[in-house]
Design a protein around this ligand. Structure first.
Ligand SMILES: Cc1cc2nc3c(=O)[nH]c(=O)nc-3n(C[C@H](O)[C@H](O)[C@H](O)COP(=O)(O)OP(=O)(O)OC[C@H]3O[C@@H](n4cnc5c(N)ncnc54)[C@H](O)[C@@H]3O)c2cc1C
Length: 374
């Protein structure tokens, strides 16, 4: 059973679905094969923060990573205008400021050092605030802070709704989303000719491997090691007293804000726990601890839901994007780590352009899967 223009996508997370979406915009239908359900892992349970705080290189030029975060933000801004109407789904995109707190001299020094060389991404303004100014934005911020980095122009989105909205459009574009577990590729003369499922082979000329944290499994399919590991993270959704938070609080990789569902979402953890996606009481207590450090008055907040999911992180921390070495027609698209909601649509756009025109539009050499080839 095929209903595509020769393209199969493995994985129905944000990366796979966004790739199908942009292929569809270029007139190419694909078949997406997902073994669970669309957005049922990190792409549906992430925090949904869109923080395009890229870095500049020694030359002052934007690094490939920063170019990509700018591209990610640009696409999200475009999608926020077009996608709700195209799909009929409100993705809950909101621009809102973030306040990144500092408590120690060392944190202040590191934050100010970063600000001194920082090139704000397009559409963002970043400034240092002293403690009083930060607390005037949100009085529930801890009195223990020394100051904060205030960023205007960041945004957030409800990741599950975003993936569903993209999937909705993908289906109207004529692509097919189907259930199945891919176990390998069929190849002839160094070229992919199909993807292997438990009881059938789906013919294709092009395959996009967007299997997220499970991408190491494709190593055997393409005879190249893909060094990727799952990094578990957990989030609490709380019913908190008082008015909603109008900004996103941050501290050392932790965050908290009130989402459109009225709940205060806060996280997170970074756990090396293999493929385990269960929540734990240790994580719950640790996340509550960091929330109360940021906003000590929230002791009465009540737990409504706790979620856990896995980030795809490459051994060198970089994205993995582009042609698989040695297998014509096979493309990798993963390694988005903690920024996959921000970057997923950009990775999808680039992968779709690679397939249809051969031109990614950005320098993606640093992300080539060939770097793992021995
Ligand atoms: C706690 C937490 C919070 C996060 N918060 C943010 C945030 O605020 N902002 C941000 O930008 N990013 C955030 N992220 C990161 C982001 O969620 C991920 O980087 C992103 O979702 C990865 O998308 P993906 O499509 O590559 O992977 P996934 O969402 O994991 O999708 C991969 C899919 O492939 C399927 N699959 C795998 N193998 C096969 C196979 N053999 N056959 C068929 N299907 C297969 C899986 O079932 C899965 O559905 C967060 C992540 C976590 C864990």
């Amino acid at each position: 059973m095929t209903q595509n223009d020769g393209v199969v996508i493995v994985g129905g997370g944000i990366v796979g679905i966004a790739t199908a979406y942009f292929l569809g915009k270029r007139g190419v239908r694909s078949t997406i094969i997902e073994r669970d359900s669309v957005g049922s892992h990190a792409s549906g349970f992430a925090y949904g923060g869109l923080s395009p705080t890229g870095e500049t290189g020694a030359s002052g030029q934007l690094t490939p990573g920063a170019q990509l975060t700018n591209e990610g933000m640009r696409i999200h801004r475009d999608l926020s205008k077009s996608l709700p109407e195209e799909s009929g789904i409100n993705t809950e995109y909101r621009e809102r400021p973030s306040v990144a707190l500092t408590f120690t001299d060392e944190e202040v020094r590191a934050a100010k050092e970063r600000l001194a060389t920082f090139q704000a991404p397009e559409g963002c303004q970043v400034e240092w605030l002293d403690a009083a100014a930060a607390r005037s934005i949100e009085p529930r911020i801890s009195e223990e802070i020394q100051g904060a980095v205030h960023t205007i122009g960041q945004a957030d989105v409800e990741p599950y709704r975003l993936v569903l909205a993209l999937a909705q459009v993908v289906e109207t574009q004529g692509s097919l989303i189907r259930h199945g577990e891919v176990t390998g590729l069929r190849r002839e003369s160094g070229r992919v000719t199909g993807v292997v499922l438990s009881d059938e082979v789906v013919d294709c000329e092009t395959v996009v491997l967007a299997a997220g944290p499970w991408s190491d499994a494709v190593s055997d399919w393409i005879d190249t090691p893909i060094e990727i590991l799952p990094l578990k993270g957990q989030i609490l959704r709380l019913r908190a007293p008082g008015r909603p938070f109008e900004c996103s609080l941050g501290w050392e990789g932790h965050y908290a804000t009130t989402k459109p569902d009225g709940l205060l979402w806060t996280g997170t953890t970074e756990e090396h726990a293999g493929y385990d996606e269960n929540t734990t009481t240790e994580a719950r207590d640790a996340i509550m601890g960091t929330l109360l450090k940021m906003a000590p008055s929230l002791t009465e907040a009540q737990l409504v839901q706790q979620t856990a999911c896995l980030r795809p992180v490459a051994s060198d921390g970089e994205l993995i994007m582009g042609q698989a070495p040695g297998v014509r027609g096979a493309y990798l698209a993963t390694g988005t780590g903690r920024k996959g909601i921000l970057l997923g649509p950009a990775v999808g756009r680039i992968t779709a352009d690679l397939i249809t025109t051969g031109d990614p539009g950005l320098d993606i050499e640093a992300f080539s899967p060939a770097r793992f080839a021995r």
